[in-house]
Design a protein around this ligand. Structure first.
Ligand SMILES: CNc1nc2c(CC[C@H]3O[C@@H](OC)[C@H](OC)[C@@H]3O)c3nc(N)[nH]c(=O)c3cc2[nH]1
Ligand SMILES: [Zn+2]
Length: 374
């Protein structure tokens, strides 16, 4: 197995954005990149063939969810996640840290790990750095995430400091527990909330452990966008420039562009697939709620500026009909288009970096999409 490596190609002269490639045992992908989320070993309603066709090279799956259903032992018996879901591209699994704090009625966080209840059955569960690594190694993703605490926003400085220090100790235990020491596909997750001193503490602790890549965690948890941007401004420079930087849980078009400008290489978010399932589409002119009555006789494509398979072959009227009738095919069409839209946006971002004009691209895109400028 080869290691996870980052190849820097160039930095945009107009912004701090960088063009690069991430190399994994299951292929390489250009960055900045958006990664579709497939929490339960499927990017909901999409086939692996469609994901490949639209240009997705890396998808996410989730330790907590796959541990509960179908169980990591079954996935391991299948030969790992790639074989189980018939996906030969790269896979990143999140460690479950986030779900434990967001999905379950939390019982107790201790040094050893976290006691909580299964959000489906109510049974008592325990997740620790070692358990999270055991599950992730069974799943066999190319990139695994350290087990961390993602504190809520806002959080008191004292609480955040204790949490960061524990997350750093947990990260060390994850490295220890990581079975495939050779390829080292394990990323550390920097925490620290909105506090620059704590972000610095977390980044220093984790970079001293020399992970092959780093995530900025603890964001996209309800904080205002200017807080996220400010945290990124003083956090990404603390991370090694020769390693991938992954901003967790971020996916609206404006945040992807603003994150790339601040030096982020990898993004994931459930937004495009989640809003697609209630018939909301991302288009070059902003969001379009296709079930709206005004589209009943609108025989134009979801997005006239999109060249995806859906926009070339189906109309707003038809997709509105399917969505209102709760027809699965309708949600397949909105999902395909939304994912294609974000993957295409990242292609345009990479092109703008190549041409040293990502700042101008941001202004043009914000104007057309209807985001406010500042
Ligand atoms: C949305 N905002 C957001 N997501 C976040 C996730 C992924 C959620 C994970 O849950 C599943 O989606 C619901 C995905 O799992 C495949 C995703 O990776 C995070 N994961 C960890 N380990 N640490 C964080 O600090 C963290 C922060 C986040 N902020
Ligand atoms: Zn389209």
């Amino acid at each position: 197995m080869t290691a996870i490596t980052y190849e820097h190609i160039k930095t945009c002269k107009q912004t701090g954005a960088r063009l690069g490639k991430v190399h994994t045992p299951h292929g390489s992908f250009d960055t900045p990149a958006f990664m579709p989320v497939g929490t339960l070993a499927t990017v909901k309603t999409m086939s692996p063939e469609e994901l490949k066709e639209m240009g997705a090279n890396m998808i996410l799956s989730n330790t907590y969810h796959l541990w509960l259903r179908p169980g990591h032992d079954i996935v391991k018996e299948a030969g790992g996640l790639h074989k189980f879901m018939n996906w030969d591209g790269a896979i990143l699994t999140d460690s479950g840290g986030f779900q434990v704090f967001s999905l379950s009625d939390l019982r107790k966080i201790e040094e050893e790990g976290v006691h909580f209840r299964n959000h489906l059955s109510g049974e008592k569960l325990f997740l620790s750095p070692e358990k999270a690594m055991q599950i992730q190694n069974a799943l066999g993703a190319d990139i695994m995430m350290a087990f961390d605490e993602c504190p809520p926003y806002p959080a008191e400085f004292d609480y955040m400091k204790k949490s960061v220090e524990r997350t750093s100790r947990w990260a060390e235990r994850c490295l220890e527990a990581h079975e495939r020491k050779g390829d080292q596909g394990l990323f550390g997750i920097v925490q620290g909330g909105e506090y620059e001193e704590l972000r610095r503490l977390s980044a220093n602790d984790l970079t001293s452990l020399d992970f092959p890549g780093y995530a900025v965690g603890g964001l996209s948890v309800g904080e205002p966008k200017d807080v996220m941007n400010r945290v990124l401004e003083f956090t990404t420079p603390l991370l090694p420039s020769d390693k991938p930087r992954y901003l967790m849980g971020v996916g609206s078009p404006d945040s992807l562009i603003d994150g790339a400008i601040r030096g982020i290489d990898m993004f994931d978010c459930v937004l495009p697939t989640r809003i697609a399932r209630n018939g909301t589409c991302m288009t070059s002119e902003g969001r379009l709620v296709v079930r709206n009555a005004k589209y009943a006789r609108d025989f134009s494509p979801l997005d006239p500026n999109c060249d995806c398979h859906v926009c070339k072959n189906y109309t707003r009227a038809y997709i509105r009909h399917l969505v209102k009738a709760n027809e699965t095919f309708g949600f397949r069409l909105t999902t395909y288009h939304n994912l294609y839209f974000l993957l295409k946006l990242m292609e345009q971002v990479r092109e703008a970096i190549m041409q040293d004009r990502l700042g101008d691209f941001r202004d043009e895109f914000f104007e057309k999409y209807g985001f406010n400028k500042p």
